[in-house]
Design a protein around this ligand. Structure first.
Ligand code: B16
Ligand code: MG
Length: 213
């Protein structure tokens, strides 16, 4: 049995991963850069400036630090328009059932998101109160795939890493969980999330793999 489950937010509890993709695509198109959903897998779980650098690497133009700050801000404006009307209806299937069953079973719950918008999204989804700790961009120095975010969550929960289960939809996030010494459940395909200990299509089946007694 695990003492704690630490969830990623975007792409695990809600489909904001798709909104990040749309917002980046909108920005990229305005710069004449093209990228597809396979390339997008490398952006998932990577912080805003890190994702921007990877996209700008696809162009042969040079961008100053100031240009980059403005572009990151513009992407965030596109993204915030897309998340403006989120509500509990935007939770992915199985999300609420998992959170409430795990809490009832007294398993500690953590959230690990590198997004600066994480708290706002949690409030819109009305799920902030399920989590014993929320670790977001404000609390960490290194984005996923660095283990810092999952290790910080485990430390704040006062649980050893080996007793934690991490749930992620991104390649970078699964790497972060594994380097933290935790068990990793991937939401998505095993051919993409190769480092995961197990992959499942969505949260509806997560509880089958966690002993709640
Ligand atoms: P923001 P997660 C990550 O969140 C997203 O997966 C990634 O696509 C995004 O670039 C990053 O947050 C930063 O988000 O621009 O809102 O600060 O998957 O760690 O919950
Ligand atoms: Mg994610």
């Amino acid at each position: 049995r695990y003492d704690a489950v630490i969830f990623d937010l975007d792409g695990v509890l809600t489909d904001t991963a798709h909104f990040h993709f749309l917002a980046w695509q909108q920005l990229a198109q305005s710069l004449g850069i093209d990228f597809d959903s396979a390339f997008n897998e490398q952006l998932k779980g990577v912080d805003r400036m890190g994702s921007l650098s990877r996209i700008l690497d696809l162009s042969d133009k040079q961008f100053s630090h100031d240009d980059k700050l403005k572009l990151a801000e513009l992407k965030n404006r596109h993204y915030q328009k897309l998340i403006a009307h989120m509500s509990p209806d935007d939770l992915l299937p199985g999300a609420i059932e998992c959170l409430s069953s795990l809490r009832l079973a007294k398993i500690k719950l953590g959230l690990a998101s590198v997004s600066k918008n994480a708290l706002a999204v949690l409030e819109s989804l009305e799920i902030r109160h399920y989590f014993d700790v929320v670790v977001d961009a404000a609390l960490i120095k290194h984005s996923k795939p660095d283990p810092e975010i999952f290790l910080t969550a485990a430390k704040q929960l006062n649980v050893s890493a080996s007793m934690c289960l991490g749930v992620e939809d991104s390649i970078a996030g699964i790497s972060s969980i594994k380097s933290a010494g935790m068990t990793a459940i991937g939401i998505g395909s095993s051919s993409v999330l190769r480092e995961a200990d197990m992959t499942i299509p969505d949260l509806r089946t997560l509880l089958h793999y966690i002993s709640l007694n």
